[in-house]
Design a protein around this ligand. Structure first.
Ligand code: ADP
Length: 454
């Protein structure tokens, strides 16, 4: 459960709206807390930096073309000063906000810059005329922009600040010519309507933030449940391995005793069943341990050549036994990887294990090179390949092609899901290209080590 958010969430639960004494008292009790949220809930604390960046870019994407069109319309219709202010806003503020939103450090500034643009257009409309016409719609959208980008407290501050400025302008208008050209009656109506728009904007934003909090809370609960499931799976598969090992030992002992040919057949069948069950349990255990974060990750500089040599010694004999070619390519100039050596090795072991299953002729090539400041390891095979409609799905858990009967001998469909998790833990990405009937290539992109310069 998100800390400190329980109160907010309980508000959203269904309530009876019958007007009776109990409901009235409960509403009065909740009133202080709810009105304080209405005034000052911190929506920015709920959003990630990336979400805030998206908000800013969404606002700019809408504002930019609209404001540009109005600049041209107003210029054509002879409202030069208004067109000038809008043009300056588009070029100097919206574009600047867009650039600011690109870097993490300046996202908050980008929000302020968009608000500055909103204030500029709003002031220009108020000063140069336009409030009595369609300009009033612009002005009423300003509080929504403020609440949307900066949350409840700043939304109130900016919107009320703007109302105060309009009132002051009206009050000072006899002294300063052109400051406020509207009548007292119009000003009263305008300010009342602005207050109303501000309340609606605040209410909309509060509902939006509460909805987001509920989503976050639900996601957190789902993650906790998933973690509990992974821990349960890890514990169960670990415990199941013990009796399985005992069965394996007893089977070996039984195989040493004098047996009839029929009994030997039973023992051999039993032995292969035990082996496939043990493989399945090991896969499940690895998956559950990766999910529950039980496998430590030790990222350190590691030479690619030593990894390749280990891979060669582990797999070469299996390919030779199948009369297949197995080639490794790594440049003579050492490539230093910034990775967890053991986890990368296990990942490659999974991919090469698949090539042994799905490639029966031709050969397999494992190569490494540098690309765009990263290392790229490719595992090529000349096997059966994967149809385009399956490529996206093969990395999902329990997804298998052509094993509808779920024959355990053909794997359980967790190999590539494990590869994905291992890659994520070492900061690598994995993708696959394939041509059915010709073969596949699995590509791992991972960081290079930055070595100290002498
Ligand atoms: P499993 O191998 O246990 O079925 P995986 O998650 O490793 O599970 O692979 C999922 C599916 O992707 C496999 O069922 C297989 O159809 C396909 N696949 C994986 N690697 C290859 C490969 N090198 N060539 C062809 N198909 C592959």
């Amino acid at each position: 459960m998100l800390k400190g958010r329980q109160g907010l969430l309980s508000f959203a639960e269904p309530q009876s709206f019958m007007l009776n004494r109990t409901n009235l008292l409960s509403w009065l009790r909740r009133f202080p807390r709810e009105s304080s949220q209405f005034l000052g809930i911190n929506s920015l604390g709920v959003l990630t930096l990336n979400e805030r960046r998206h908000q800013v870019i969404t606002a700019i994407t809408i504002a930019f073309p609209v404001c540009l069109c109005f600049t041209f319309f107003n210029y054509n219709e002879g409202f030069f000063r208004l067109a000038f202010a809008e043009g300056v806003g588009v070029i100097f503020l919206l574009l600047a906000a867009y650039l600011q939103a690109q870097g993490d450090a300046a996202v908050s500034w980008a929000e302020w810059t968009v608000l500055l643009w909103g204030s500029l257009v709003t002031c220009a409309l108020a000063i140069y005329g336009g409030i009595e016409g369609s300009g009033v719609l612009w002005i009423f959208s300003f509080p929504f922009l403020a609440f949307f980008l900066k949350g409840q407290s700043v939304g109130w501050l900016v919107s009320i600040g703007w109302i105060v400025i309009c009132s002051l302008a009206r009050w000072l208008s006899p002294e300063i010519t052109d400051a406020w050209v509207y009548t007292a009656t119009f000003t009263m109506h305008f300010i009342g309507a602005m207050l109303w728009a501000t309340f609606i904007a605040a209410a909309f934003n509060l509902v939006r933030v509460r909805f987001m909090m509920q989503l976050l809370d639900a996601r957190e609960k789902a993650e906790l449940a998933n973690n509990a499931k992974s821990k349960f799976l890890a514990a169960t598969s670990h415990d199941l391995r013990q009796p399985l090992m005992a069965i394996d030992l007893f089977l070996s002992a039984l195989a040493q005793t004098p047996l009839s040919s029929e009994q030997q057949r039973f023992v051999s069948n039993l032995d292969s069943s035990v082996k496939s069950m043990s493989t399945m349990l090991n896969t499940l255990l690895t998956m559950a341990r990766l999910d529950s974060g039980a496998i430590p990750v030790n990222i350190a500089p590691s030479p690619a050549s030593s990894l390749f040599r280990l891979i060669e010694s582990e797999f070469a004999s299996s390919f030779v036994a199948r009369k297949m070619r197995f080639k490794l390519y790594f440049p003579s100039r050492e490539i230093m990887l910034e990775t967890d050596h053991e986890m990368l090795r296990a990942l490659l072991r999974n991919l090469l294990g698949n090539t042994l299953k799905y490639c029966t002729k031709g050969g397999v090539l494992v190569g490494i090179r540098q690309r765009q400041g990263a290392a790229v390891i490719q595992v090529w095979d000349t096997g059966i390949g994967i149809e385009p409609e399956h490529i996206e799905n093969v990395f999902e858990e329990y997804y298998q092609i052509g094993n509808n009967e779920r024959d355990g001998e053909k794997g359980v469909g967790l190999g590539l899901a494990i590869v994905m998790r291992q890659a994520r833990l070492i900061g690598a990405t994995v993708n696959c290209r394939s041509r059915p009937g010709s073969g596949s290539v699995f590509e791992i992109m991972l960081p290079l080590a930055t070595l100290p310069t002498n």
